[in-house]
Ligand binder design. Sequence first.
Ligand SMILES: NC(=O)c1ccc[n+]([C@@H]2O[C@H](COP(=O)([O-])OP(=O)(O)OC[C@H]3O[C@@H](n4cnc5c(N)ncnc54)[C@H](O)[C@@H]3O)[C@@H](O)[C@H]2O)c1
Length: 252
Amino acid sequence: MRMKDKIALITGAGGPMGRAIARRLAEEGASLVLTDISANRLDEAVTLTHEVLAEGADIAARRSNATVAAEILPVADLALERFGRVDVLINLVGGLRGDMYVPLLEISDERWGETLQLNLRAGLHLARALVPGMRERGWGRVVNISSIAYAGELGQADYGAAKAAVASLSRSMAIEFAPEVNVNCIAPSLIRTSVVERMDPAELDDLRDRTLLKRLGEAGEIANAVLFFSCDESSFVTGQLLAVSGGMAVSL
Ligand SMILES: NC(=O)c1ccc[n+]([C@@H]2O[C@H](COP(=O)([O-])OP(=O)(O)OC[C@H]3O[C@@H](n4cnc5c(N)ncnc54)[C@H](O)[C@@H]3O)[C@@H](O)[C@H]2O)c1
């Protein structure tokens, strides 16, 4: 049990990736604090995670918009009330709202602001609330989710810039929170989640073709990488960006 007696908080836990991460960590013995903006998705995540919860482990859940301090900070409070601490912070909330592809010069100021907010803000609020405790106890993990779009992406300049910011923030966190807290970042390529439903088949074929493994990723494959960064096995790994991308080359 690689997560025995560990408490992990996951934002955006109601989506396919969040559920897969929650279940993977629960299978390894973790207790979990789950939050999502959708109460229904959150309830489903809690039910699914209960199925694999280890003996003695527990789940606390609260709906929140993770980008809003007044909503996400009570989730941190709930975690501290219920479990007394959080050992692992997994910042999954992020993505792109509205049209999937917009030419750079046509991206509105409003969209720029929203995309940066959605991908960066929750992690900052929660780091302020939870990292001091991790440092005091001398052990902690932060796992941030970027995207291979961090390297620049046609029609997704705002998302690429936001995910580059997440990658950079992860390195800054690793530097500032060392030596007690290890901070790492995962950059997925396209994973089979709801985003796939927003894309046309030709785009999907193109993205599959651009991976060496000739397929999309599965949520469970992200969960395995998150597990590694969340447990003791990654004890000498910090400040790293791991592409979980089927070998998709980042190129211009
Ligand atoms: N899906 C992919 O192919 C892919 C690829 C690369 C990176 N990512 C990144 O992985 C993460 C998860 O992606 P996804 O496609 O599963 O996301 P998603 O849009 O399906 O959202 C996941 C969950 O987050 C919740 N959520 C959305 N906004 C929220 C908010 N403000 N506060 C709290 N919860 C909120 C949603 O209700 C949903 O249950 C994101 O950071 C995304 O950028 C995804």
